[in-house]
Design a protein around this ligand. Structure first.
Ligand code: HEC
Ligand code: HEC
Ligand code: HEC
Ligand code: HEC
Length: 279
């Protein structure tokens, strides 16, 4: 059994043959579509030059002014997020959310060059709808509706302990340590790849918690955050962890394992099953 599991995990390791930036090559513009070496978003041809537009730690080159101070309510209405009022604010929703929404909003920020449909070829498991929208505030359900989006923002806190969370601990700065009996077993079986932001010493969910905008199709597993055999694993949608809904094995649970990194009550480890990750 062990050999079979290890063998199929090895098969999942792959050398990406296409560019890892994928959809974020932005039709050939490359890195400067998001970062400008000089003059912030003005350097990127922004139509709304302003001194405060691009002054951020990662040389942000897209115009975020339309999003400043706007409210987006996610998770069916329970998670209210007031977006930062400048790119130089120090909260994690600047690097982790404002950046993404400068292109992926389509409501407060212009849709610009966005096609509003996924770039990757979707596997057959997705059925007939192959044109999933990519503008969160303009997804066809009514302008400015974010209620159908996963909770994000400074009020979307990840907890430890209790019936639905992992037996993890939150360090003084807000970092999660997956060191309990069940949580450490989960890290051995799959890993802990997500990157929550920290706000007031609490871990919070932002876009970059789940997504890494620099790699669409592959993830390096090194052994520090995962017990899986080291190597490069397939992913989709810029997700930070192995996530391949195109896995040829219909018993694969890797995409479900992704969500269990936080939703511990839905895990094998917390429900008496010894199942690991099946590729
Ligand atoms: C689609 C937008 C996008 C593109 C294209 C992009 N980046 Fe980024 N980059 C971001 C965002 C958002 C952040 C901040 C969030 C983070 O740290 O992951 C960032 C952060 C960075 C940082 C600082 C943090 C770190 O990870 O070191 C560097 C350096 C960087 N990018 C370099 C690059 C280079 C080089 C390229 C091209 C190969 C590139 N980026 C392409 C969006 C992008
Ligand atoms: C410069 C504009 C730009 C920025 C900034 C940007 N994206 Fe994108 N992103 C795109 C484009 C263009 C596509 C292709 C789909 C489209 O045109 O609608 C895309 C596609 C995606 C996809 C779908 C890829 C697929 O599998 O088809 C995801 C997921 C995504 N982006 C996440 C993010 C996240 C998270 C951030 C912030 C960290 C971000 N993007 C920032 C332009 C951007
Ligand atoms: C809790 C994790 C999580 C967070 C937080 C998150 N996403 Fe995603 N996102 C996903 C997953 C998982 C998928 C792939 C869904 C699938 O398999 O169809 C996805 C898909 C996408 C896509 C592709 C289109 C689609 O709807 O499937 C875009 C674009 C995207 N995310 C942007 C964002 C942006 C922008 C944010 C922040 C406002 C964000 N995501 C926050 C997990 C997350
Ligand atoms: C980084 C941690 C994290 C990951 C990964 C994650 N979630 Fe969540 N999720 C949360 C938090 C935090 C909340 C809000 C508090 C709560 O309900 O526990 C939440 C809430 C939810 C809710 C309830 C929303 C509501 O209306 O109350 C659903 C459903 C959900 N997540 C589904 C998913 C799915 C599906 C995935 C995988 C694609 C996923 N989550 C991945 C952290 C995460």
């Amino acid at each position: 059994m062990l050999l079979v599991g290890a063998g199929s995990a090895a098969a999942q390791r792959m050398a990406a043959s296409s560019d890892i930036l994928g959809a974020h090559l932005i039709s050939g513009r490359g890195c400067t579509a998001c970062h400008t070496p000089h003059s912030g978003s003005q350097g990127n041809g922004s139509s709304k030059p302003s001194a405060s537009t691009g002054n951020s730690s990662m040389l942000w080159g897209q115009d975020a002014t339309g999003l400043y101070g706007k409210t987006i309510t996610t998770g069916g209405g329970k998670f209210v997020e007031v977006l930062p009022t400048s790119m130089s604010a120090t909260t994690p929703d600047v690097q982790g959310m404002l950046t993404c929404l400068t292109c992926h909003d389509g409501n407060y920020a212009s849709a610009s060059m966005m096609k509003n449909r996924v770039y990757e070829t979707l596997p057959a498991t997705y059925g007939s709808n192959k044109n999933i929208p990519t503008l969160l505030g303009s997804d066809g359900s009514g302008a400015g509706n974010y209620l159908n989006d996963h909770p994000v923002g400074l009020s979307a806190k990840v907890g430890c302990g209790g019936p639905s969370s992992w037996d993890c601990t939150i360090g003084s700065g807000g970092a999660i340590q997956m060191s309990g009996t069940h949580s450490s077993q989960f890290v051995k079986n799959y890993g802990y790849f997500v990157a929550p932001g920290t706000y007031s010493n609490s871990p919070v969910v932002v876009c970059t918690t789940c997504h890494e905008p620099h790699s669409m199709n592959s993830v390096v597993v090194s052994g520090t955050n995962s017990g899986l055999p080291a190597g490069t694993y397939a992913t989709m949608f810029f997700l930070r962890a192995p996530y391949n809904p195109n896995d040829s094995n219909p018993l694969s649970n890797q995409a479900a394992q992704f969500c269990r990194q936080c939703h511990a009550d839905k895990s094998n480890e917390m429900n008496g099953s010894s199942a690991g990750t099946v590729f």
